[in-house]
Design a protein around this ligand. Sequence first.
Ligand code: ADP
Ligand code: MG
Length: 692
Amino acid sequence: MRPEILFPLFAPASSLKGVGPKIAPLVERAAGPLVRDLLFLRPQGLIERTPTTVAAARDGEVQTFRVRIDAHMPPRRPGLPYCIKASDETGHIFLNWFKGYGHHLEASHPVDSWRMVSGKAECLTGRWSIAHPDYFLPVDRAEEIPRHEPVYSTTAGLASRTLRRLVQTALERTAELPEWQDPAWRARQAWPGWRAAMAALHAPLSPADLDGTAQVRRRLAYDELLAHQLAMAQRKAQRRATPAPRIHHAALADRMESDLPFRLTGAQRRTLSEIGGDLASGERMSRLLQGDVGSGKTVVAMLAMADVAASGRQSALMAPTEILARQHFETLAEPLEKAGIKAFLLTGRDKGSGRKVILEALASGEAQVVVGTHALFQDEVRFKALTLAVIDEQHRFGVSERRRLQEKGDAVHLLALSATPIPRTLELTLFGDLDVSRLDEKPQGRKPVLTTAAPTLRMPEIVKRLDQAVASGAQAFWICPLVEESEHLDVTAAEDRANALRQALGPHRVGLIHGRLAPAQKDAVMAAFADGQIGVLVATTVVEVGVNVPNATIMVVEHAERFGLAQLHQLRGRVGRGAAQSACLLLYDPPLSATGKARLSILRETDDGFLIAERDLQLRGGGDALGLRQSGLPDYRFVDPVAHGDLMAVAADDARLILQTDPKLESPRGQAVRVLQALFDWKPDASWSSAG
Ligand code: ADP
Ligand code: MG
């Protein structure tokens, strides 16, 4: 329920004076449907209208002049402007109107009268002019021209000035709200109260006031973060409150571990014990396992599934592609079988009697582990006791898909795997309602991939070297990028590249894989590459996800400048998996932008996915770094993940503390916090599970 104090802010924007049926839809497009949405607009710019003289005017800038009217010059033919010649002590300026203002202008601004005029001044062949002045007033009304004017990004047909006036009207309707911030904290920050902050937001006095680091903006960002973190903390608490089967650690998993051809890294051990703690807790686990490509997430998931199997229950591992599901199954089947755990593979390609056998094994409980694709959450798939759902590459699945798998059992523990390293600050934002484990240590003995960048025009030389490498038994990925979001064109580009390479290297040494191939064709190509029958695999980004071919040591990325940093890092992670030295070559089309250069050099300098993510975030500044919008970064109103990164952890702690001391939000501060939540209107769903 919405607190009464917020009613005026949640009234429709059309209830404001001056918002008629004609402009209401425009206001809605520019701001949103509510009075609150007008308040939540952020000024994007600032116009300073401090008066100046014609001699001191700056071309192309909004300025204000005090001028005398010299002459009225009505248009001599249609299409020409109505023009007023005016001047101050230092020079002339022409004021132009293009739509029949004639009589009205002549009557109200007679020759020899003095006027204040304000607008964008432009100088063409020595002639200063202003087209459609923003203000044109008698001198005694000069104070009506604001000295500092916020500029909002508006929408066609709606003047920024109208929007500004509406924001001011909205502000007048805004009462002071009860303080939801901790008083000591707020005092330390020296932040204004909420209403004063709102007023100051819309009255910037200098460009610095528009910056995310301005005090006022920080306060508002904190409010928003607190609202968001509270929603996530509530969600987490709710999920925890669901009782779930207790799974205890079993000797079986230890035996499997000691049979592995390698020793677990410290990070893998730590992660396993975090997962083990959740599984044994009697509460439902919701854990995200974050780890760079090659950090060894699969074996962690396998050992967790072993514990579940030892308790007589079932696990499902879901992968986003057929290739990946098969690969997982191939890795897991042997160790699981050796431990006496029955594992099955279920994908869209299992049909008829084969499929029936698998479905029966799942329904009877004979199958303790199932690996599969989207096929897993179809209606006919029933489990006897599904207890753990592992979702690989979780961002590749939609919310409903992830839910549907979880709904195949009562209180199914969730383990989501993600190979997209995310900066810590964003982790709270994206996954604040999950527990997060990090695999921040790579298995030993991995050699860093030698990374270089080269302009595309060096292609012939590169192909020659590739030819030699392939002749001596090396294998390479060659990635062609998406062409302007068009699947068709990107396939064509990949086909062309494959043909060119076939000519250079020989027809049987080059394979091609892309999203348009039938699943069976994809598998055949992938299998041939994994077997070493093909030397070079030309691919669109379908190989991005999880594919493991240890013998591949070369990664060529064409048009690397079109890829995001995180994506390049992922692609590079496809090589460097075996003992041999690997290389990654980033081909680009010059000239590179400064950011483009910086991105390529970050990749050359480091191999640490978390660090790369952090740097990428700084480089791109906020918002869409790493393509995070798609991965569920909320559409914040005031928060800039870079400028306000330091506030995220504080807000998360604050939210936790508030709920600990006052879970029902009944205390005075709790009540204020409710107002805050209502103000931002976070749906409890605004979290990872709504992403995708
Ligand atoms: P990802 O985290 O990208 O899913 P995988 O689970 O596919 O990584 O592991 C990549 C490779 O590393 C696999 O071949 C796996 O067997 C191997 N691996 C996993 N853990 C270790 C370890 N502790 N030491 C050595 N190799 C390991
Ligand atoms: Mg993986």
